[in-house]
Design a protein around this ligand. Structure first.
Ligand code: ADP
Ligand code: MG
Length: 339
């Protein structure tokens, strides 16, 4: 099989909403009148963002999920995506698993694959998503002093799974399987993002760790915040609490939630007058949300620790070019080429 058979077999389906899908030099999308196009791009590199032997279904799912999560953070409705793929070799089983995981999530969100690029090389997946916003999109820059700070879902599972897979902590097999799913198969909070339009004042998705991601909102909005450490601790699955204590040298469980990445939950702000509307939006899409802090005029991020003391956390989130605490994921050398 060559490049074009591969595209035809695994990545070509009839266009749905797009005017033109896979097969020509460009795809064509027709924006609906009165809407704006929201565009985001995320790349997943083997050994950097995932273990090279991860299940291909999960990898296909995650590659799109992290992009849909960006649309969710802007309150955008998914429309379409392109897929740029570098593959060390054409392996049928791998490609069919990958495309199944990818396209199942795409179908679940009505987001069609409209094009891409395929090349031989070290495993690398780059997706660009296109979404639609109507009216005021959710931005990082809208948080105001007095707003509540919320996050969706639970935090920390994915980080715990990564620590276990890096051999730094031992988890009971059942718990490992559970948190590993959260690392490898995150569910993007698209419905919540859509439901928060017109309610939230600012939003971001949590990919690199809460402290850094919320920090982006604070900086873009020109504000600060105090986060409640007990509320954060309450967002970690109860079954994981005793596990964190066994991980030494990296601080408390709350520290882990502050720096741990890969949650793909939403962090957002809204004025206290919107509390009922936030609760209703969360109910409607079946995604729990929790208030974890308050936005303040004084810049910076402060933490009220579990003893009630206000501290300034000396921690930073993941940064590909800076972070020493989260090493590159080891992966087997990839030296195969296209047949
Ligand atoms: P070009 O040479 O004009 O860039 P290509 O030969 O790379 O076009 O691709 C042929 C068609 O297949 C294009 O429509 C392109 O968008 C699509 N395509 C290539 N790779 C993928 C992929 N991984 N997934 C979906 N569509 C793809
Ligand atoms: Mg090309």
């Amino acid at each position: 099989m060559g490049e074009f058979d591969l595209i035809a077999r695994y990545f070509t389906r009839p266009a749905q909403r797009a005017l033109l899908g896979v097969g020509d030099d460009c795809a064509l999308l027709q924006p609906r009148p009165g809407t704006q196009m929201a565009i985001s791009c995320d790349m997943l590199v083997a050994g950097r963002h995932f273990f090279a032997d991860v299940s291909p279904q999960h990898l296909g799912h995650k590659a799109l999920a992290v992009n849909l999560s960006d649309l969710a953070a802007c309150g955008a409705r998914p429309l379409a995506f392109t897929l740029a793929l570098a593959l060390p070799a054409i392996e049928d089983a791998w490609l069919s698993g990958f495309s199944q995981g990818l396209l199942a999530l795409a179908d679940a969100h009505g987001c069609e694959l409209i094009g891409g690029d395929t090349t031989a090389g070290p495993l690398n997946i780059c997706i660009t998503v296109f979404g639609e916003t109507e009216g005021q999109p959710l931005l990082r820059s809208g948080a105001r002093p007095g707003d509540d700070l919320y996050v969706s879902g639970q935090l920390g599972d994915a980080h715990l799974a990564l620590q276990a897979m890096l051999g730094r902590i031992e988890l009971p097999p059942e718990l490992l399987a559970q948190v590993r799913l959260r690392l490898e198969r995150p569910e993007p909070r698209v419905a919540l993002g859509l439901g928060l339009r017109g309610i939230a004042s600012a939003a971001i998705d949590l990919s690199d760790g809460l402290i850094g991601d919320v920090g982006h909102v604070l900086k873009a909005s020109g504000v600060g915040a105090t986060i409640d450490g007990s509320a954060l601790a309450g967002l970690m699955a109860a079954s994981t609490h005793p596990m964190w204590a066994t991980l030494t040298g990296v601080g408390s469980a709350v520290d882990h939630v502050l720096v741990g990445g890969d949650d793909y939950e939403l962090a957002f702000t809204a004025p206290p007058s919107a509390r009922q509307a936030v609760a209703q939006a969360a109910d409607r899409c079946g995604t729990p949300v929790s208030r974890i802090g308050v936005i303040e005029a004084e810049p910076g991020l402060r933490l009220r620790d579990t003893q009630g003391q206000i501290v300034t956390p000396q921690l930073s989130s993941f940064d590909h070019f800076k972070t020493a605490s989260t090493p590159t994921i080891p992966h087997p050398a990839v030296d195969r080429s296209f047949p």
